[in-house]
Design a protein around this ligand. Structure first.
Ligand SMILES: [Zn+2]
Length: 348
């Protein structure tokens, strides 16, 4: 019966239109955007705007595009998405660029969808795998996970500037590694269970294989890459880890599927004690939880905990702010992690 059902479900793979990664990639954003629209709107917080405006000014001049920023208020909430969609419509913008990290990028996707214009991800950090995907994580006003929003298209363009990634705090890149390591742990669980990926199909071999490639690169290159970005250096290891965190993990989670690690992450966001952690840091707690739920050999769990602790990622509930949490707090996390719509149910 299960085999019959599987036979009727299509294999689906999704990807952005184009992916451009490298040092000084943002200096090419104008020319890359020009074919997509003539009135772009850039959504960025004040910090990211301050860092990127000196590069983007000349780039947009050269491409003959106006440089128009809209200030991102910090969280992809329903209200913030509505506000940005209104700015897009009222300003007659024909393309929106999420500039910075995952939350600005996810907001740009949602607002672009609502305003009916294409969206572009321009990443200055490699802290999540949000830039390539056709979904946004929507948050409540107080910073908890609210829901996923899915779209029938991916970003038209993804640009990642590794010079900015290397200059950003190393903790951001480490968080991206935490997010990306989960991708293989979750994709292989989805494959085993013949469950669905994030684009409404069963995974293609390629989706699952890209998740695995991300994992292999990270075990090989993440320690050296983190060492390099401590000194603001862009090395081959940094380029490899940025690709693993952004492109491979992005394609891998979306087309390979999610399972318990991200559901546990979503559960952790339900209590404010964990709000000091970045997305990928909470996901790392989720990866360890999933390995234990799957009954992984103790040696494998230990190796994963040691490797990720060495990268500065949290591996204990104490580090997650829950060391002395009461039962009610933990019940809140568990209830959110196991909600009916959660991907934890993709575990065999
Ligand atoms: Zn993630």
């Amino acid at each position: 019966m299960a085999e019959n059902t599987q036979g009727t479900r299509p294999r689906i793979f999704a990807s952005p239109g184009r992916y451009v990664q490298g040092r000084d990639a943002l200096a090419r954003l104008g020319e890359l955007l020009a074919p997509l629209g003539r009135r772009p709107l850039l959504l960025a917080d004040d910090t990211v705007r301050g860092l990127t405006e000196p590069v983007l000014g000349p780039a947009f001049d050269k491409a003959g595009l106006p440089l128009v920023f809209e200030r991102f208020e910090g969280l992809p909430t329903r209200a913030e998405i509505e506000r940005v969609a209104r700015v897009l419509s009222e300003g007659d913008h024909d393309v929106v660029v999420g500039l910075g990290g995952g939350t600005a990028i996810d907001t740009a996707k949602a607002a672009g969808e609502d305003a009916g214009v294409p969206w572009v991800s321009a990443a200055t950090v490699a802290s999540t795998d949000a830039p390539t995907s056709a979904l946004s994580v929507v948050y409540t006003e107080d910073g908890g996970f609210e829901s996923y929003r899915f779209y029938d298209r991916n970003p038209a363009l993804v640009v990642v500037d590794t010079g900015f990634v290397a200059a950003a705090p190393a903790r951001f890149l480490a968080a991206g590694v935490g997010d990306a390591l989960a991708t293989w742990i979750e994709a292989r669980a989805v494959e085993r269970a013949h469950a669905e990926n994030m684009v409404g199909g069963v995974p293609t071999r390629s989706g699952t294989a890209l998740a695995r490639l991300s994992w292999d690169i990270l075990w090989e290159s993440a320690p050296a890459a983190l060492e390099a970005v401590e000194h603001d250096l862009v090395t081959p290891d940094v380029e490899a880890v940025v690709e693993a965190n952004t492109l491979l993990s992005g394609l891998g989670f979306e087309s390979g599927g999610l399972a318990a690690a991200h559901a546990v992450h979503d559960g952790l966001t339900a209590v404010e004690q964990t709000h000091h952690l970045a997305h990928g840091e909470k996901v790392n707690i989720g990866s360890l939880t999933q390995l234990v739920l799957e009954g992984a050999p103790a040696g494998e769990v230990d190796r994963f905990a040691e490797f990720t602790a060495g990268l500065g990622l949290p591996t204990t509930l104490t580090e997650a702010g829950l060391g002395d949490a009461d039962d009610a707090t933990l019940d809140t996390v568990v209830a959110a992690a196991t909600a009916p719509e959660e991907t934890i149910h993709n575990l065999a």
